[in-house]
Design a protein around this ligand. Structure first.
Ligand code: SF4
Ligand code: SF4
Length: 176
């Protein structure tokens, strides 16, 4: 299991927020990505979760399946009744590092990490004050040998360029 990262934003704020875990389309490309070890943890753990994965093979890298929810779609591991994640302790890095996101540059020549301004909490002064330090720590973590080699092996973890991502810094993921 990949280590869980410290949270930039408290659970109290997130539980009142309508943004995370919900998507406008069923095939949304930004649905959460699970490395094989992360998926295996969910599939083999005692956690009773109703969610599923797009990739049918057990233990394969995969995005979470999205299901109809209100006027759009939600991660199938999301509980719309209380806005919680059914697999919170085993949620993937993709979710635990948010609002930090990893993405390609517009020309796909570089890889960046930055903060997604779709997260309304970034406008809070207390969160904004900690953002640079948080992104520095995420950058160091993603550039660590184990993670950078995992990301090179599973480049699907890297999303496409998103204009609304700010405070971007280039990631050095080493060579294959
Ligand atoms: S968008 Fe930001 S505040 Fe809202 S749930 Fe996600 S991380 Fe929390
Ligand atoms: S795995 Fe959990 S935290 Fe991640 S999108 Fe799904 S419900 Fe949200």
């Amino acid at each position: 299991m990949l280590p869980q990262l410290p949270q930039l934003i408290s659970s109290e704020i997130c539980l009142d927020c309508p943004v995370c875990c919900r998507f406008p389309e069923k095939q949304a490309t930004l649905s959460p990505f699970f490395f094989p070890s992360e998926r295996e943890l969910v599939e083999t753990s005692h956690i009773k979760a109703k969610g599923s994965f797009r990739e049918p093979a057990m233990g394969a890298a995969s995005k979470a399946q999205l299901v109809s929810c209100g006027h759009g779609y939600a991660c199938s591991f999301f509980n719309p009744e209380d806005h919680t994640c059914q697999i919170y302790e085993a949620r993937p890095l993709d979710c635990s590092m948010y609002p930090a996101v990893i993405m390609h540059s517009a020309d796909r020549q570089k890889v960046f990490v930055g903060a997604d301004t779709k997260c309304p909490a970034l406008r809070r002064p207390d969160v904004a004050a900690k953002l640079k330090e948080y992104l520095d720590s995420i950058q160091r973590y993603l550039e660590s040998t184990a993670l950078s080699s995992l990301i090179r092996q599973y480049p699907q973890f890297i999303s496409e360029f998103q204009e609304e991502v700010v405070e971007v810094r280039e990631l050095s993921l080493g060579k294959a």
